[in-house]
Design a protein around this ligand. Structure first.
Ligand SMILES: NC(=O)c1ccc[n+]([C@@H]2O[C@H](COP(=O)([O-])OP(=O)(O)OC[C@H]3O[C@@H](n4cnc5c(N)ncnc54)[C@H](OP(=O)(O)O)[C@@H]3O)[C@@H](O)[C@H]2O)c1
Length: 250
């Protein structure tokens, strides 16, 4: 019996990277896992791959930057399974640009996906969890919510906001049996980071992470599963750094 046997988990950004690793681990622990991302082909291929390995994965394509889509996806999970035990908000984008170059469109896209999307997916999932009297939400924030780094001012604003709404909702929803926490990864070797990787960034990561390397999606997934599990039954409203020690350098 896995730790998430018979649990219904929804992982946004679950087609690859940190969300992809978490979706796999929930499946390995016996969950039925709904995989959300915008690209239907990626979602369906990944869910099929996991099913071929014997796991209960289901594709749920959709855009978390659109509130109507969030409502539709939540309803689809409820129609298929009747409950949501765990929500992981891992969908996110980074537009790496200096502040003077950020456009209104950049702001809207990053805020809509990273902040508004995670907030309202939490709200819609919580409506289902309140009815059941329990649930766990894990939001994937970033070390950029704590450290000031150039060319990430909008991204950092969304992640700082995420930590704050996580604490605020933990305060509101604790009495309903819902725990909600966030995780702040340092640099993790996923597509998001590899897209902007260059020798200078490689050197920067080595210098700023006392463990001397970027993390892996699997290492973040382990922290996600911990916070979503009964092992973290008395933990809510926190932000957990999974950053190879990056935050000690601030
Ligand atoms: N990698 C790092 O170093 C790092 C560090 C700190 C925090 N984080 C955070 O960790 C999370 C995952 O990052 P990652 O590195 O794993 O990213 P990634 O490899 O780029 O994956 C991002 C995932 O989010 C999905 N996504 C993006 N926009 C979406 C939308 N509007 N609706 C639904 N799904 C959407 C993507 O699929 P589609 O594009 O097909 O929609 C993909 O599945 C993000 O929130 C990121 O900010 C990452």
């Amino acid at each position: 019996m896995g730790e998430f046997q018979d649990k219904i988990c929804v992982v946004t950004g679950g087609s690859r990277g940190i969300g992809g690793a978490a979706a796999r681990r929930f499946c390995e622990e016996g969950a039925t896992c709904f995989i959300v991302s915008r690209t239907a082909r990626d979602v369906n291929e990944y869910a099929e791959k996991l099913r071929n390995e014997g796991y209960n994965a289901r594709g749920l394509p959709g855009d978390v930057g659109n509130y109507e889509e969030i409502k539709r996806m939540t309803k689809e999970v409820m129609d298929q399974c009747g409950k949501i035990d765990v929500l992981v908000n891992a969908a996110g984008i980074l537009r790496r640009k200096a502040g003077l170059e950020q456009t209104e469109e950049d702001w809207d896209a990053v805020v809509d996906i990273n902040l508004k999307g995670a907030y309202f997916f939490s709200v819609e999932a919580a409506r289902c969890m309140i009815a059941a009297g329990s649930g766990a939400i894990v939001n994937i924030s970033s070390i950029q919510s704590h450290l000031v780094v150039q060319e990430r001012s909008v991204y950092a604003a969304t992640k700082g906001g995420m930590n704050k709404f996580t604490a605020g909702l933990a305060n509101e929803w604790g009495s309903a049996g819902i725990r909600i926490n966030s995780i702040s990864p340092g640099f993790i070797a996923t597509e998001m980071v590899m897209k902007v990787m260059n020798p200078e960034l490689e050197e920067y990561i080595k210098r700023t992470h006392p463990l001397g390397r970027p993390g892996t999606p699997q290492e973040v997934a382990e922290a996600i599963l911990f916070l979503a599990s009964p092992r973290a039954a008395f933990i809510t409203g926190i932000d957990l750094s999974v950053d190879g020690g990056f935050s000690t350098t601030k």
